[in-house]
Design a protein. Structure first.
Ligand SMILES: [Zn+2]
Length: 189
């Protein structure tokens, strides 16, 4: 970890100016909204399963010169983890790789972000003196979590009628994943 940069309160402008790259592993339990999402959409808790409970992440700052003067502040972010969820075909536990690869460009204010958002492939964020990178990583991973997780090939074959009944009962019983995500998605400040 770079001693001059605290990812709870990152000075993005300074980080971009120095074009620093950082990467690491972070324990999942720190990300309470992701843990809650996994609990809502899964059947088995991570504690019962072997394997990784860590998020691997990497960030890189970049200053991009603009023709005519000035420069843009960019942050590139990659993050991934394995979540244990419920397969929507066989209803068994399925381990899903959730990964995000996103670039952010920082702008002066909300009005600029709204004006330029349509024409931009990157995400626009309003520049703040202190960015919580962990929250940003968590937001991105929540958005990349599949709403209908499935095995590529389900491990057991069940008669079709039984599958359909089980599927429909489970659909009635489980929380609406869109509602669950909406609740968890952090509201913009
Ligand atoms: Zn399955």
């Amino acid at each position: 970890m770079h001693k001059n940069f605290d990812l709870n309160r990152l000075n993005v402008k300074a980080f971009a100016r120095e074009e620093i790259s950082l990467e690491g592993l972070q324990d999942l339990p720190q990300f309470t909204r992701l843990v809650e999402l996994e609990a809502k959409l899964g059947t088995v808790s991570h504690a019962d399963l072997p394997g990784s409970t860590q998020i691997s992440w990497a960030i890189q700052g970049e200053l991009v010169p603009v023709s005519g003067g000035g420069e843009q502040i960019w942050l590139h972010l990659k993050a991934e983890l394995h979540l244990t969820m419920q397969c929507q075909r066989c209803m068994g536990a399925v381990t899903v790789l959730v990964s995000s690869d996103q670039s952010f460009r920082f702008v002066a204010d909300e009005a600029t972000a709204e004006a330029e958002d349509e024409a931009s492939e990157e995400d626009l964020l309003v520049l703040t003196p202190e960015l919580n990178v962990w929250e940003l990583i968590e937001d991105e991973l929540i958005m990349c979590t599949p709403l209908v997780p499935k095995h590529d090939v389900c491990p057991t074959l069940v008669p079709m009628s039984a599958v359909d009944e089980a599927f429909e009962e489970a659909q009635d019983a489980r929380p609406n994943p869109f509602a669950a995500l909406a609740q968890l998605k952090k509201k913009p400040n």
